[in-house]
Write a protein that binds this ligand. Sequence first.
Ligand SMILES: [Zn+2]
Ligand SMILES: [Zn+2]
Length: 219
Amino acid sequence: MGTLLDLLFPPLCIGCRRRRREKLGLCPDCLALIEETGLSGCIRCGRHCLPGKCAPLDHGYSRVLSLAIYRGPWRLVVQNVKFGQDRTVAKELARELAALALAADFIPPDAVVPVPGAGKSWRDFDIIAMICRELAMTAGAPVRKVLLRRPGRPPQVELNFKGRLEGLEDYIYIEEGTEIGGIVWLVDDVYTTGATADACAKALLEAGVGSVYLFILAA
Ligand SMILES: [Zn+2]
Ligand SMILES: [Zn+2]
């Protein structure tokens, strides 16, 4: 869509808003600033943490795969697809994550499961759903929205670090009697403390899942 328009007014780089986009919404200069994590990221936090210095949290997932550090131009790209509804870039990001899953040689999952939204309002565009579809296609597994969220808890961004870690288990749940097992690829957009992903992973494990792998755009 908009091919002629794109020719006349090429979309500008999300990072600097000056040069033309090349890939993932960024110009070559801004692309060079991205701190890619991919296969080199820590399996617990997805970042480049120092050995033995990773936050000592007991995670429910076995491994996290993230595209890049949530800083600089990458932060702008992720915020742009999350709140700016840039579908073209969103699709590129979803494909990038699917390619990373293949490169990581993960065991194919039995299901791809989205982290449930904060439930403020139903958005017609959902980056997490888009990533789920790409990963499901790549892995040949179904997307299953088994995780649910009870209303009433403020969104994670409105809480401090301690608040983010407390009581999430009470809000994230799986309907009793839901049959799910084997390996699950869990999908979220951004990882901050990992509390949401952990609550989701723990709910999945309790429901009978064997192991959970977490996929995110940024950590
Ligand atoms: Zn740029
Ligand atoms: Zn780490």
